[in-house]
Design a protein around this ligand. Structure first.
Ligand SMILES: [Zn+2]
Length: 551
C-alpha cells in the first residue's frame, strides 16, 4: 500500500479548492447615461430600432421613465458586484413640470434612489445659477419657494466639475474627481462640462464662474491621479458628437462634433469618455478610448465593461453597449411611488386646460428653416410685447433649441398647462429691444454655420426673406427679398424685436442681440404662450411664412 501519495494529492486539491489564486484581472461594469432632463415619466419620444418584421426598416420603440431605468440598473448591478453608475450632466434643467415645479428636487431624489454614484455637471445644471447647483448637492430650502414638498437634503451622488472654476476661490466649484476601488484597484472619475457653457446658459446662471478647456483640464489631473496610484481614468464629459443620419445606437458612423478634437487632445492614460450634450446615441472607439453617449431623457443606458489589470491597475480592455430602456420593461416601485407623490401635487396645474389648437404644432422645419411651433411661439411673443408698456415690439423671435417638445392637442383639440411647460420650461422673461435694419440683417446672417446650413431663428409670421447656402458667408440672405409687415427692409430704421432673455444675452450665437438698445422687460415666455393660446389667436391659420431657401 502506498497511501502517502493519494493522501498528499487530495490535500493539495482541497487546498487549491479553498483558496484559488486571484484572477489577474478585475471586471468592472459602469452604467452610464446623460441628458436626463428630469424625465421621470416616459417621454413621448422613443428610440428608433430595426423593425424585426420589415428588414431595412425601423420602428419607434417607446423608451425611458425613471422606474424603467432604475429597474434596469438594479438588475445589471445585481449581476455585477463591481459596478458604478455614472452620468454626463444635464440631469436637471429644461425638465417637465413634474420636476421643474419643485426646482428639480424630485429628479435629484429619483437619481439617488436609482443608485447614481457620480455625475458631471452639464450646462443645464447652471440654469438657475451656481448657488442653486450647490443647493442641489448639499440640500436646503429654495431661497424664494422654500421647502414646497418637505425638507430637501441634497444629492447623495456626487456632482463633479473639474473645469468649472469659482472666480472667488480659484478652485473648482465642486470636486474635480472621485476615486472608487474595485477589489483594491482604483478607478478615477473626472467630471466636466462643455467649456461653451456660458454661451448656452443665461448670463446670471454662470456669473462668477470660469469654464476651462476640457482636454487641458483633465490632462493636468493625470499626474495628480498617477501619484495616487490611479491608472484607470474615466471622464464624464458634458460635450458630444453626432453620427450620420440613420446610424444605430451602437454605431459610430461618420462621427463628428466638438468631442472628436477634445478626445484627440486627451492624455493616453484616459480610458473611457462618457459624453452627452448632443442628445445622441453612439458607441465609438477614438484614439484607443471608449467614447459613449446614451441619447437623452433616460431612453438609453450604456453598459461599459472594463477589464482592469490587477497588478498594474490599468484598463486592458473596454467594451460598451447601448441598451434601450424599454417603456414596457419592468418598473421599479420606489420610483413609481416618488412620481405619484409629486404628480398629486402638480396635477391640478398640469391638467389645467389652456385653450384649443386646430392641429399639432411641430418643430419639423420647412426647407426654409421655419417650423409651425416656432412661428406660433414667436407670434405669441409679439402679441404679448406689442403693448407700449412692454416696449412696442414689431417682430417676435425665438430660437428653435428653446422649444423642447412638439405641442399636440388632445382629441378635442385642447392643450394643457403641463404640455406648454414641456415646450418652454426655461422661465425666460421676454425682452423687447431695438436693432437697426443693418443689425437685423447681421443677426439673420448669424444663424448660418460655416457651410451655410441654418440653425433657424423662428420669426413671427410678419417676417419674410429668401436665402441660399450657396452664397458666401455674410451674404446668404437676399436683402431685396427681406420684408417686415409687408414693407421693404430699411437699413437705417430701428426695429423693435421681442425675444427671450436667453437670446437677448446673445445665446445660441445670436451675438448681435447683445447690441439691442432700449430694452423693456415683459412677462415670462411660457405665460405669453398660454395667454396667446387662451385668446384663440393661435387657433387661427398661421399662413405661409415667406422664409424660403433658394438652393
Ligand atoms: Zn447640454
Amino acid at each position: 500500500m502506498k497511501p502517502a501519495l493519494p493522501l498528499l494529492l487530495s490535500c493539495l486539491l482541497a487546498a487549491c479548492a479553498t483558496t484559488p489564486p486571484p484572477s489577474p484581472t478585475v471586471a468592472v461594469k459602469l452604467l452610464a447615461f446623460n441628458d436626463f432632463h428630469g424625465n421621470l415619466r416616459t417621454p413621448n419620444s422613443g428610440v428608433k430600432q430595426p423593425d424585426p418584421n420589415r428588414p431595412g426598416k425601423t420602428i419607434n420603440v417607446p423608451a425611458g421613465g425613471s422606474a424603467q431605468l432604475a429597474a434596469l440598473i438594479k438588475r445589471l448591478k445585481a449581476a455585477n458586484p463591481n459596478h458604478a453608475v455614472v452620468a454626463a450632466g444635464d440631469l436637471i434643467g429644461a425638465s417637465p413640470l413634474l420636476s421643474a415645479l419643485f426646482h428639480d428636487e424630485p429628479t435629484i431624489a429619483a437619481l439617488d434612489a436609482m443608485g447614481l454614484d457620480f455625475s458631471a455637471v452639464g450646462n443645464h445644471e447652471f440654469d438657475e445659477g451656481g448657488a442653486e447647483l450647490l443647493r442641489m448637492q448639499h440640500g436646503g430650502c429654495h431661497p424664494q419657494d422654500g421647502c414646497q414638498a418637505g425638507p430637501f437634503t441634497g444629492a447623495r451622488f456626487g456632482y463633479l466639475a473639474a473645469n468649472v472654476i469659482d472666480e472667488r476661490t480659484g478652485k473648482p466649484l465642486l470636486p474635480a474627481y472621485a476615486i472608487r476601488r474595485f477589489e483594491g484597484v482604483p478607478v478615477a472619475f473626472v467630471g466636466m462640462t462643455t467649456k461653451a457653457t456660458p454661451a448656452v446658459v443665461n448670463r446670471k446662471g454662470v456669473a462668477g464662474l470660469q469654464f476651462r478647456d476640457e482636454a487641458e483640464t483633465v490632462n493636468a489631473l493625470v499626474p495628480v491621479l498617477r501619484e495616487q496610484g490611479v491608472k484607470a481614468i474615466v471622464v464624464l464629459l458634458h460635450e458630444g458628437g453626432t453620427q450620420t443620419e440613420g446610424a444605430g445606437i451602437n454605431d459610430c458612423k461618420g462621427f463628428s462634433g466638438e468631442i472628436v478634437d477634445i478626445v484627440k487632445r486627451m492624455d493616453a492614460e484616459i480610458d473611457v469618455v462618457v459624453t452627452g450634450h448632443t442628445h445622441q446615441p453612439y458607441n465609438c472607439e477614438l484614439s484607443g478610448k471608449r467614447v459613449t453617449s446614451a441619447y437623452s431623457f433616460g431612453r438609453v443606458l450604456t453598459e461599459i465593461d472594463l477589464s482592469l489589470d490587477r497588478s498594474s491597475g490599468d484598463v486592458i480592455k473596454h467594451r460598451a453597449e447601448n441598451l434601450v430602456v424599454r417603456a414596457d420593461g419592468p418598473a421599479d416601485q420606489a420610483q413609481l411611488d416618488l412620481i405619484a407623490k409629486y404628480a398629486a401635487l402638480t396635477q391640478p396645474l398640469e391638467e389645467r386646460i389652456i385653450g384649443k389648437l386646430p392641429a399639432a404644432m411641430s418643430r419639423e422645419a420647412t426647407p426654409g428653416g421655419n417650423t409651425a411651433l416656432g412661428r406660433m411661439v414667436a407670434n405669441a411673443q409679439l402679441a404679448a410685447m406689442r403693448d407700449a408698456r412692454y416696449g412696442a415690439a414689431e417682430i417676435g423671435l425665438v430660437n428653435l433649441g428653446g422649444l423642447r417638445a412638439d405641442l399636440r392637442p388632445d382629441a378635442q383639440g385642447q392643450v394643457r398647462y403641463g404640455q406648454l411647460f414641456t415646450v418652454q420650461p426655461f422661465n425666460n422673461n421676454l425682452i423687447t429691444l431695438s436693432l437697426t435694419g443693418e443689425e437685423l440683417l447681421s443677426l439673420l446672417e448669424q444663424q448660418f454655420d460655416a457651410k451655410g446650413e441654418m440653425y433657424a431663428w423662428q420669426f413671427s409670421s410678419n417676417v419674410a426673406y429668401r436665402w441660399s447656402a450657396k452664397r458666401p458667408a455674410g451674404k446668404r440672405v437676399d436683402v431685396a427679398s427681406l420684408r417686415i409687415d409687408g414693407a421693404a427692409w430699411d437699413a437705417k430704421r430701428l426695429y423693435r424685436i421681442a425675444v427671450p432673455t436667453f437670446l437677448a444675452d446673445g445665446g445660441d450665437g445670436a451675438k448681435m442681440l447683445t447690441h439691442g438698445r432700449d430694452r423693456h422687460v415683459g412677462p415670462i415666455d411660457l405665460d405669453s404662450l398660454a395667454d396667446y393660446i387662451a385668446s384663440g389667436e393661435a387657433g387661427k391659420p398661421l399662413g405661409e411664412q415667406g422664409i424660403v431657401r433658394e438652393d
